[in-house]
Ligand binder design. Structure first.
Ligand SMILES: [Zn+2]
Length: 482
């Protein structure tokens, strides 16, 4: 299998240290607000990649951090009149809800970084001892001049070098403009649960350095705790390449003297209507915003459509979000749903499996695997599935499916969905609704869409009179026998 490694800018053979336990780390969210869809796109991408690895036979062990101390958290929790812990807990729970809504399989560990202050202290002390860090004006900085590979990871791309100019404009006193804070001095009004009173040994003397962690040391410390700083895959959004991931490498590798991550996988940006998403541009959305703006689509369908949209795009290519695209994806999904429903309702008339049918399923599976093994080429994997569903519909139309074939189709679809997470297999047990009732339900839907409630109520009554009920819930509108 091949994966594109940001560290080398090439597609490489994937050779984890232990294929039975691929150690992966995900830079998680900073919990001061609801997650925006750009970040959620990154987490869905990572979920699809990890599911693909498991489908291909690897075992995975995955850790994600939650950044629960940071300037914006301090400011916003103060505004809300809550302690940092209370404030971040709310948004941590909201994030986990989003994760579950989106069908993201939870990492083995999702951890608050403030539970790893001691690991940070030990790393920072070691960096001080080896001359990679220094104390200035109450903060401890990383000295990039002493890490000879500094910039190698990020600066191969001139775009990232450019970003470097921007990020270093901060107000702290330091030796070099590129040096970054490992441990930050605190303002007295920030006290409470925002400050840790740590002691360090500097030049043989014990020095008290109250403060809070810098952003980059958090991830290095969590990786040290769970993986002894040696992992197979480090995930993140492409915006984290510099400075965050460059700085993680500098800290960790200066601390351990060995390679930190073997593969770095970055998910490309999300755009909205072809533009960068930002609050000022008025195109900034959370999952809750999508639920509100697309209430008629239903939460479950929005989440499945979002996953489908992620799958339709190569993870390294920009992802363009539009509301029209959500609706188009919902209609694609209803095609898949219809195929599952028809398969469930289908009773084979003969036992057995035709050899050409077995070949067709094996061929589809072989191509599905091959696309995933080529740097997780999900759009190509998806077209294999589309083709297969078309083939399935033809077989059902012709009433050719035999019993073993129905089972083979189900096995194939379930395997595919272990990676994609977009199918609704509950429809296999759905009872077939007569076409005339479905027609009444569709007419009722359009009456509702036109806000003609008198007509939609009348149609509902008619459906009820014929022994069916209409259900409108999170997954949309459906009809069931009474
Ligand atoms: Zn990180």
């Amino acid at each position: 299998m091949k994966l594109y490694n940001t560290a080398t800018r090439t597609k490489e053979d994937f050779t984890p240290k232990d294929p039975k336990r691929v150690r992966a780390y995900i830079c998680g969210p900073t919990v001061y607000n609801y997650a925006q869809i750009g970040n959620l796109k990154t987490y869905v991408t990572e979920d699809v990649i990890l599911r693909a690895l498991r489908f291909l036979g690897y075992g995975t062990y995955v850790v994600m951090n939650i950044t629960d101390i940071e300037d914006k958290i301090i400011r916003e929790s103060k505004k809300a009149g809550e302690s940092r812990h209370e404030f971040t807990e709310k948004f941590l729970q909201a994030f986990l809800e989003d994760v579950d809504h989106l069908g993201i399989e939870r990492p083995d560990h999702i951890v608050r970084i403030t539970d790893y202050i001691d690991e940070m202290r030990i790393m920072i002390q070691s960096l001080l001892d080896s001359g990679h860090a220094y104390l200035a004006d109450g903060s401890i900085y990383y000295r990039i001049a002493n890490f000879s590979d500094y910039g190698k990871f990020a600066c191969l791309n001139p775009e990232h070098m450019h970003a470097g100019v921007r990020v270093h404009a901060d107000e702290y006193e330091k030796e070099s403009i590129g040096d970054f804070a490992l441990w930050k001095w605190y303002e007295p009004e920030e006290d409470g649960d925002n400050v840790w009173h740590l002691e360090f040994t500097i030049d043989g003397k014990t020095v008290s350095v109250p403060g809070r962690p810098g952003w980059h040391i958090e991830c290095s410390a969590v990786n040290e705790h769970f993986f002894e700083s040696e992992i197979d895959i480090h995930f993140g959004g492409v915006d984290l390449v510099f400075p965050h991931h460059q700085n993680e490498i500098a800290q960790t590798e200066a601390y351990t003297g060995k390679q930190f991550a073997r593969y770095w996988i970055h998910s490309a940006h999300l755009l909205v209507d072809g533009k960068k998403m930002s609050k000022s541009a008025g195109n900034f959305y959370t999952l809750r915003d999508l639920f509100a703006k697309l209430a008629d689509v239903g939460e479950r369908n929005i989440c499945r459509a979002f996953r489908l949209m992620v799958i339709e795009t190569r993870y390294r290519e920009p992802f363009n979000f539009t509301f029209d695209r959500v609706r188009a994806s919902v209609s694609t999904l209803s095609g898949f749903d219809e195929a599952v429903r028809r398969l469930g309702a289908y009773t084979p008339e003969t036992e057995g499996v035709r050899s050409e049918f077995r070949d067709a399923v094996q061929d589809a599976m072989g191509r599905f695997v091959a696309t995933l093994e080529d740097d997780i080429a999900t759009p190509e994997a998806l077209s294999v599935v589309h083709e297969f569903v078309r083939f399935l519909n033809v077989e059902i139309d012709a009433r050719r499916l035999q019993s073993g074939e129905k089972r083979a189709v189900l096995d194939f679809l379930r395997s595919v969905d272990a990676v994609f997470g977009i199918f609704d297999f509950s429809l296999l047990d759905a009872v077939e609704i007569p076409e005339e009732i479905l027609d009444l339900a569709r007419r009722r839907d359009s009456a509702r869409g036109e806000k003609d409630f008198a007509r939609s109520d009348a149609l509902r009554d008619e459906i009820t009179a014929r022994g069916y009920r209409v259900i409108d819930d999170r997954s949309g509108t459906r009809v069931e026998p009474i």
